[in-house]
Ligand binder design. Sequence first.
Ligand code: PEP
Ligand code: MG
Length: 571
Amino acid sequence: MTLLQGIAASSGIAIAKAYRLVEPDLSFTKTTIEDIDAEKAKFDAAIAQSIQELKEIQKVAKTELGADEAAIFDAHVLVLNDPELINPIKEKISSDQVNAEYALKETTDMFIAMFEGMDNEYMQERAADIRDVTKRVLSHLLGVKVVNPSEISEEVIIIAEDLTPSDTAQLNRKYVKAFATDIGGRTSHSAIMARSLEIPAIVGTQEATEEIQDNDMLIVDGLTGKLHINPTAELIAEYEKELEKYEAQKAEWAKLVDEKSITADGEQVELAANIGTPEDLEGVMNNGGEAVGLYRTEFLYMGRNQLPTEDEQFDAYKKVLEGMDGKPVVVRTLDIGGDKELPYLELPTEMNPFLGFRAIRLCLEETDIFRTQLRALLRASTYGNLKIMFPMIATLDEFRKAKAMLEEEKEKLIAEGEKVSDEIEVGIMVEIPSTAVQADQFAKEVDFFSIGTNDLIQYTMAADRMNERVSYLYQPYNPAILRLVKMVIDASHREGKWTGMCGEMAGDEIAIPLLLGLGLDEFSMSATSILQARAQIRGLKKSDMKELAEKALQMGTAEEVIQAVKEKVNL
Ligand code: PEP
Ligand code: MG
């Protein structure tokens, strides 16, 4: 039995077998072949095994993920049955007397380069199919396993070095009970996605992929960050009891689904949800969300080969606005960059992507992309209560430019005879210290602020949110952060505006009493945290929390603040 300690990224407990989602080693060397027929037979066998395997995956994918997702495997089978690809490989084995691995790779690389060079989306997709299929056949030739999350058909815990947001989106909640990764922090996007999928997760274990083999029995404790490998029967029994307790606690919170988020002394706040796709609305409803405080639109742009069209975006925004039935929906414009990449945009690799060409910086330069999104949003605005928010604003000038483009697109649409709401609030994320410090100036021009503490903390503390070695510097309760938060809230209130928070801090039980005391108006969090937050808020008095926050602002360290909160509110 081994124990790894990671960072608790999504709460809950899971007990299941390990499934390693790790890139296989497909390296080989070129060799000269004596027995050509035997080499060709080996190649034929690898093709047959690959086809068989694809048909099985296709069957599972069809029932678990739907026909659209499964169609890709049909395309792969077609590639493997295509004589125009297969024959040249066999000819190469004979004519050059080379091993099948080498002939396969040389030939498919040539086709991939040819198709990728064509200015035709269909051909570029074929290149991607050939690349996937080559990996599969190569794995059979080399006798190593290639992994694919869509082939999972029993309950597992995923073990990976890291999971990209699009990997995470593909996980099937029915079978994937939890995940644990080597790298990442509490605010890396895979952790955020785990919370919206409602599966327990631990990130930053450093050595999960090294220590864990396929089918090892695991316990993921997403409440404490403990990952138990091959635990004893006694420990499993203990955790089964814990799991029951946790479920009972959740059932208690569930009773508050239609209640107000109101403090014991009668002050009301708004508890909103962070979402990534229109499908997340179900979770918002089930958890009593009063608004969408952050719709991360970048997920619309991910897991595909080209930009979403204006109409595709319009449909998604309309769905969310209608789904929320007149309740506020804060849509954030494209925030790509950092740990969220778009391979088809072909942006140059940067030394410091979190400090680089991302979010509003990219949108103000790639104006076609930005204007398409703004048009889709404006067209959708009549279907609900839309608020638009720009990410990563560092200067007033950036805000003014973005707002001017929004106004221009609005005028154009009206001239084209489209209806656009007159009541769209336009705000910004405060996630760069310069903006927090200058909040008084911003407050005169924006309609609202939403504090993005995931980034605000990483930029204030100069600590990469993805790097587990500096994760001790992710300190939401550090008085320096609390002072910045206070500056923003006070500045907005002086101008009669409101401030929300959509970073992970907004749903944190130690931060909530402090944020209440500082006067935060809207708390936006993973939908799964809302009911617990509501239960907590209903037990607190705002006047007491004000006193607590004032004391915390004068403290020296985050630890002192944690101690003071725990004493005051019984945590
Ligand atoms: C934030 O930075 O706090 C935030 C909410 O945005 P994201 O996590 O998507 O960067
Ligand atoms: Mg951010």
